[in-house]
Design a protein around this ligand. Structure first.
Ligand code: G3I
Length: 331
């Protein structure tokens, strides 16, 4: 039986032992990050202490998505996202903004718009949000998950109504609104060389040729015990050769629950491979986990039969994965 015990809101985090991940990453000239939740930062002292102590970059897990920021057309709701940014600045962290244009977590008013209104709404959303956070976002995931698993440009809703040029339009608008943020395209299933990453590579190469301001590619790294693809480093290198920054943006390793001791050790090896792969490529300067505790992870919450996908257990105790990442980030 999987045991899901919430970390108790009022209690302090127990020391994790050994050097904090952010210290190790800084010594290596990199950032180490986690997805965070505004409600947990507000209510849970131990959660807050671990975010502050272990990570040098944070990504709002949901709070900067379109449905959260503009639930009704023209009504922007920045509160929880602003709280996360304020927390990050207070703790010497950078923020990865996630995400301006995505087919998922769109507010209900968006999918029904016709082409002209959708284009205006998309550009307005990108401009207003990027201007709001201007100067406070290190990297924006401007476009998220633009490529399908079959390796085509995803049609719904943006390409279908706006044509493939919507990607370039979104990047140009974001650049004008916040010229100093690094602008990323982010996707899952592109860690190895495969038809999906080939298609993304072709898209990004074309955008660069056309002078579109794309600065980086985010590799989400939602994986399982099948591990990190063997071609991960070769794939990172080909993207780096296009003159791009690279980042691992959403790492987690889903296990069947309850996991065996051997599964937990194997999970540590997978996380360590991902970290070492990133470190093998100088342009891969930021490595973000999609949450750090099994008590607050989308895998446990939304994938029946799977869980235990993060570095710390439900009570914020280090799993073998945490130690493996400490070693993989270390000198
Ligand atoms: O906000 C509602 C809340 O009002 C309601 O009570 C509750 C009941 O289920 O749902 C809440 O919405 C949830 C939302 O997260 C905010 O917490 C949704 O049900 C839930 O589906 C949603 O899941 C998020 C998912 O993106 C949506 O696609 C996950 O937390 C988040 O981890 C996940 O993150 C994505 C990245 O953005 C992009 N890459 C893949 C990654 C994993 O799916």
């Amino acid at each position: 039986m999987a045991v899901y015990v919430e970390s108790r809101p009022g209690s302090e985090a127990q020391p994790l032992g050994g050097p904090p991940l952010r210290e190790l990453a800084t010594a290596d000239g990199r950032r180490v990050g986690t997805a965070v939740r505004a409600d947990a930062l507000a209510d849970d002292l131990a959660y807050r202490q671990i975010v502050a102590g272990q990570f040098s970059s944070v990504t709002p897990e949901n709070e900067m998505k379109w449905s959260h920021l503009q639930p009704e057309q023209g009504r922007f709701a920045y509160g929880p996202a602003d709280d996360i940014v304020a927390f990050a600045l207070e703790h010497g962290q950078v923020v990865r903004g996630h995400t301006l244009v995505w087919h998922n977590q769109l507010p209900g008013w968006v999918p029904g718009l016709g082409a002209r209104d959708l284009r205006a709404a998309m550009l307005e959303h990108v401009r207003r949000v990027a201007e709001h956070f201007k100067g406070r976002i290190a990297q924006w995931d401007v476009v998220n998950e633009a490529i399908t698993d079959a390796g085509r440009l995803r049609r719904r809703p943006f390409a279908e109504k706006l044509g493939p040029g919507y990607v370039a339009e979104a990047f140009r608008t974001a650049r004008r609104a916040d010229p100093r943020a690094k602008l990323f395209i982010n996707d899952y299933g592109i860690e190895g060389i495969n038809r999906k990453s080939d298609r993304l590579y072709a898209l990004v190469a074309e955008l660069k040729r056309a002078g579109v301001p794309v600065d980086g590619v985010g590799f989400q790294m939602h994986v399982n015990l099948e591990g990190v693809p063997e071609t991960f480093v070769a794939n990172l290198r080909r993207f780096a050769a296009l003159g791009l920054d690279l980042a691992v943006t959403e790492a987690d390793v889903a296990l069947r629950v309850p996991p065996s001791e051997e599964d937990l050790r194997a999970q540590g090896r997978v996380f360590a491979d991902a970290v070492r792969g990133c470190r093998a490529v100088p342009e891969c300067r930021s490595f973000t986990f999609w949450g750090f505790t099994d008590s607050r992870s989308w895998i446990s919450e939304t994938r029946p039969g799977f869980g235990a996908a993060t570095l710390l257990d439900e009570r914020l105790r280090p799993k073998p994965a945490y130690r493996a990442v400490q070693r993989a980030l270390g000198p």
